[in-house]
Design a protein around this ligand. Structure first.
Ligand SMILES: [Zn+2]
Length: 113
């Protein structure tokens, strides 16, 4: 997806202006993972791994992922949910359009007999 970082900058602008705050649209979902930070003396080296969050999405058959800071999680979750809801509404709209088209064709066949 193009302009992903641009979207993030956009999100920041909106955060600073709560009056116009609306969730952005982001595809994909947030994935929680247990990770090692790499410091040899850290507790994560002994198996107690850190929780890390990644934004995972697909575009053009490719999988993308990006680390998400804790402070961004709520906004991103809302943006992913908004995107899912919009996609669901678009699917319903397309299905209704197809049904209307089928009815119109049927009517046309009846009238042109
Ligand atoms: Zn660690």
């Amino acid at each position: 997806m193009l302009g992903h970082d641009g979207e993030r900058a956009h999100l920041k602008t909106k955060e600073s202006n709560p009056a116009t705050k609306m969730p952005d649209l982001q595809p994909g979902h947030i994935q929680q993972r247990r990770v090692r930070c790499g410091k040899p003396r850290c507790r994560c080296a002994r198996g107690e791994r850190h929780l890390a969050y990644y934004h995972v999405w697909h575009d053009g058959g490719r999988r993308f992922q990006r680390y998400v800071r804790r402070s961004q999680i709520d906004n991103l979750r809302a943006a992913c949910q908004a995107h899912r809801q919009l996609q669901a509404r678009l699917r319903v709209g397309r299905a209704e359009y197809q049904r209307t088209l089928a009815r119109a064709r049927e009517l046309f066949r009846m009238l042109s007999r």
